[in-house]
Each structure stands twice: as C-alpha cells, then as structure tokens.
Design a protein around this ligand. Structure first.
Ligand code: DON
Length: 571
C-alpha cells in the first residue's frame, strides 16, 4: 500500500497535459512533474533533490534493480536534470549497508591535479586569490563521479546500459525545467559568460522560465561514450581530450595523465555505537563527518538531551558548544589522511572527548578565542544528496557535489558537462576562509594528487543491528551539523522524520563565532541564548536533508526536504 502526500508547491505546465513518453521503457513524463515530499511504502523507497531523478530511481527498483542500481541511475539522472549540483564533473561519497551486513564507503572525491601546488592561489604579495580557487578552469579538481559510479556498479544487479539510459534520454530528448532551475540559471548567466571559452547551452539571450525544455546533446553524447566504453569513456579518449582542450583554452592545469590516473577508493566505513541500541555508519576522511560526527555524538551521549527537549536554551547551548569544539579540531587536524597524519582514533576517543567537554560550561556561552583545537600527543586524522532502500534491506546514502552552485561555471566545450570548483575546499592559505567560511591549515594544504577535505556526511543508522535511518544533506560546512541534528532529533527527541527534516535548523562552526539559525527558530530561545552571551544570525535555508526511516514493522518512510523540490518515491 502506498500513501502519498504531494506538495502543491509548484506544478509544471499545469494547463497543458503532454502525453507520457517512455524513457528507456520507464514511464516518466519529463514535461509535467511536481515534488512529492513524503511516501510510506513497504517494498522500496528513494529520495533525492529532483522529482525526475527520484522517479527514475523508483522505476529502476520496480524493474528488479536493488538500492544500488536505483542510486546509480539517480546519480546519472541528476547530472542531467539538476545541473547545479548533480554531476559527472564533480565528486562525492557513497555509504551503504548491504543486506548481507557489509558496510561500504566509496570515496570518489576530486583530487588536486599533478601540477597543483601549495601556493597556486596566492599572488606575489602572498594574498589569497579566491576568484581563482572558486571559479573557472583553475578551480577544478580531477572529477571522481564516473569512477565512483563504476565502483558502485560492483554492488548493483542490472546491466549498466539500463541504468544510464534514462539519463541519456533526458539529455537527448529534453525535459521541462522547474521554476527554481530557471531562477538559478538566470542568476548564473554572468558567471557562465565569464568562465567559458565556448558558449554553453545554459546561456540564453532571453530569461529562462519554468517549463522551458532543456535539451543537452553534447552531454547525451558524453553519457553514451560512458555507456559504451565504461569509465574509459570519461577518463580517456574523446571526453578526456575535450576536458584537456578546455583546460588549455582557459589556462587550467588538468592533464590527460591526471584523468587517466584517477581512481575511486573503497575505504573502511566509520562505524561507532551510540547508546546501547544504535550503530552509526558514516564516511571516513577526506569526509570530515567521519571524525566530527563520532566526536559530537559522543560528546552528547551522556547528556540529558531528552530532558532538555528540542530547540530549548539548554539543548541548543549544548549542541552548539559541541559543534564549536568539533569544528576547532576540524580546522587544525583534518585533511586527506593518505597525505597527512590525522590522529583520528585519538580525536574520537572517549578520554579525549571527556577532556574536551571540560570546556563546556552549563551556564555560559563558549568563546572561539578561548576554545581552540585540542592539544594532543602525536598518534602512533552545490552538492546534492540521495538515499535509497530496497526490500532486501540494502541501504545507500550518497552525497555528491560540484562544490558551488554550477561548480566552476565552466562547461567542457563539446562534452556538455560542468566542472567542479572543489579546489576551494583546500585551505588555500592558513586562516583564509573558503566559500563556506571554513578555515584550515597544514593538514588541508594543497598537494598534487591530494583530496580536499569535505563536509559531506552520508550516514546510515542501524537500530538493534537493522537498518533504521538513511540520512544526508548538502550545505557546505552545515552538512555535518545538520546530520548531527537530524540524528539527535529522531533518536533523542523522538521526532518524526518529517519534523526532523523540516523544523528550523541551527549551526555553529567555531569560526565565525556565531550561531546561525533558520527562519522559524523559536524567538524566546534566541533571546535567552543572547543573554547567555551568544551572537545569533538568521540565515537562508540550512541544507536540504533527505531521510529514509525503516520502522520495526517493515514500513518504509521517505521524506524529502521542504526547502527544495526534493522528492520521495516508493512502492
Ligand atoms: O565537500 C564539501 O564540503 C563541499 N564541497 C560541499 C558543498 C555544498 O554542500 C554546497 N551545497 N549547498
């Protein structure tokens, strides 16, 4: 039985009913769709940032695909229908819990090109050139998404050509863009004009509007090369040649060797218990959540959060101080552990956590000048999220990114896809904030082949050893705190997944020393926190969290965030 609640937030081309046409034998109408925020079902569920991608995912499951098949098809569909963040020119992380009990952590984070160097974004005076680390050809790391997809494919069931065909059809035949996409494309026109050497089809002489058809022939051709030649269809041959030609035209540094040598890495997932009945599975470095999530969960584990309640002065104070402590450590210690020594075990150990929590004063706001990273002895450590869960018990959580909205704004001429601007996630100069305000130093300095530190935190929670939650979100540095809050909201405050996703969020990242809150954060609590000594700033939406919750009776509840066009599907 499926129960659905459909958001009426927007309905495309409501007046005109186009006949459904079959995308790769999948019944989808790419011209009329609307977000669906919640689904309750029993066989399988998916949730992602775009209605068409979610539709592709659930249809693949209905055709016999498992959670990984659905996730791969959705990633590829997002690269077409959600060009601001869905990608083949970016990177990300996949965390999965397979029905046989195996945990997966696939790292397809971008890496610095071999010609990158520590001070590549500093001018002669030593000043940071954020313009170069955040835009255009020089801001791109070597893309990892396609290598990631072929690593995921080992755990899928259907032939790859079936998984990629919906994306090819959506690129080749087109789909109607939503109002939000039209707005975003219009806002990005100046950047597209500035950072491209060949006019990409995203540039239009009149304004984009909801319902316009986006046809992406070059992208369809690139996807076909990937369909026919596998990862080599991207990292070698025509696509690689087009990337390198684009780099040459735009003074970028990525080479054919950088592309040919890129590999996704299967890492050991971070697995830690929370209280007696929960097990949390998340992504290790270079995803910072692999350190910060265990730190923060352990810091609150013995605190009376349940008694404090959701968004009271006491609970926000505790959670903010925990976030401050964790982010101070992030800035100092975290980076790619294949390149720098990161004391992961020590930073997440109970003795260290207990020591750090001595800095938490029940009565007073902390202060980021006084609270620095912990002292430790050397140890012998625009983005989008999707979740899938199938009836066999496989759970997949993927966060993937171009970094900023539309990444570097550079489309590879003739290949039709956007490149990331992930190099800005390195610390380009100690103490200089990146586009999300994160600071860093030595551990996250640029080096050839190194992967930049990420906030992405795809996470799965088991309860009594059975899949319970599949969670993740975009949102730069707010990702880790949003995942933390979502887990606390459901586990400690007993909230429904809908409320945990949609209620106002808050965020602290050590520097700046401010609590960021969303509109709707309770104003009396705000007043009380200010009296305690906190600075509070209201900001735009924090993340777009997607949750799948599996109930003890087997019911599956999938929820897409109200903050976007996020859509849950199930059957
Ligand atoms: O990996 C990271 O931490 C960033 N590149 C994520 C950027 C992001 O979430 C943007 N989306 N809102």
């Amino acid at each position: 039985m499926i129960q659905k609640t459909t958001s009426k937030a927007f309905v495309l081309l409501a007046a005109i009913i186009f006949p459904f046409f079959s995308i790769a034998q999948i019944n989808i109408n790419p011209y009329a769709y609307s977000p669906q925020k919640k689904v309750e079902c029993t066989k399988g569920a998916v949730v992602s940032a775009h209605p068409l991608a979610s539709k592709v995912g659930v249809e693949i499951m209905k055709k016999g695909g498992n959670a990984m098949d659905a996730a791969i098809a959705m990633q590829l569909a997002l690269a077409v229908v959600y060009p601001g963040a869905g990608n083949i020119g970016g990177g990300g992380f996949t965390v999965a819990r397979l029905a046989n009990g195996k945990n997966l952590a696939i790292d397809f984070r971008e890496k610095a090109p071999d010609n990158a160097s520590r001070n590549m974004y500093l001018n002669q005076k030593g000043d940071a050139q954020l313009e170069l680390s955040q835009n255009g050809h020089l801001s791109s790391g070597v893309p990892g998404t396609v290598a990631g997809i072929f690593t995921e494919l080992k755990y899928a069931r259907l032939p790859f050509r079936k998984l990629i065909q919906p994306a090819i059809d959506l690129a080749e035949d087109g789909f109607a863009i939503s109002e939000a996409e039209a707005r975003n494309l219009n806002a990005a026109q100046a950047s597209f004009k500035k950072y491209n050497t060949m006019t990409p089809l995203f540039i239009k002489s009149t304004a984009w509007k909801a319902g316009d058809t986006l046809i992406q022939k070059d992208l369809a051709k690139t996807l076909k090369l990937i369909r026919d030649d596998g990862a080599k269809g991207f990292y070698e041959g025509e696509t690689a040649d087009l990337i390198v030609a684009e780099m040459k035209r735009g003074n970028g540094i990525m080479t054919l060797d950088d592309l040919k040598n890129y590999t996704a890495k299967e890492r050991e997932a971070v697995v830690f218990p929370y209280k007696s009945d929960y097990t949390i599975i998340t992504m290790p470095l270079p995803a910072s959540g692999g350190v910060l999530l265990p730190q923060m969960m352990r810091m609150v584990e013995d605190q009376p959060l349940k008694r404090y309640g959701f968004e009271t002065k006491e609970s926000v104070h505790l959670m903010v101080e925990v976030e401050r402590l964790a982010y101070a450590d992030r800035a100092k210690f975290l980076g790619d552990k294949d390149f720098v020594k990161v004391p992961v075990k020590l930073l997440t150990s109970y003795p260290y956590i207990i020591q750090r929590m001595k800095l938490y004063d029940l009565e007073k706001a902390g202060n980021s000048k006084d609270i620095q990273a912990g002292h430790i002895l050397p140890e012998s450590e625009e983005t989008t999220h999707l979740n899938t869960y199938d009836k066999e018990g496989n759970a997949v959580s993927i966060t993937t990114t171009l970094n900023g909205e539309y990444g570097s704004s550079t489309v590879v001429g003739g290949a039709g896809f956007l490149l990331n601007n992930e190099m800005d996630d390195f610390s380009i100069k100690p103490g200089v904030p990146n586009m999300y305000g994160a600071v860093g130093g030595e551990a996250n300095a640029i080096a050839p082949g190194k992967r930049m530190l990420s906030s992405m935190t795809p996470t799965i929670v088991l309860k009594d050893n059975k899949p319970f939650l599949v969670v993740g979100t975009p949102g730069g540095t707010t990702i880790t705190t949003s995942v933390f809050q979502t887990l606390i909201d459901i586990i400690e405050f007993g909230m429904s997944p809908e409320d945990a996703v949609n209620k106002p969020k808050f965020h602290h990242q050590w520097l700046p020393d401010v609590i960021f809150v969303e509109k709707g954060f309770p104003s009396d609590v705000k007043e009380e926190l200010i009296k305690m000594g906190y600075k509070i700033m209201e900001r735009e939406a924090i993340g777009r969290t997607e949750v799948i919750q599996i109930m003890p009776d087997g019911k599956i509840i999938a929820v897409g965030d109200r903050r976007g066009e996020d859509t849950a599907e199930g059957y």
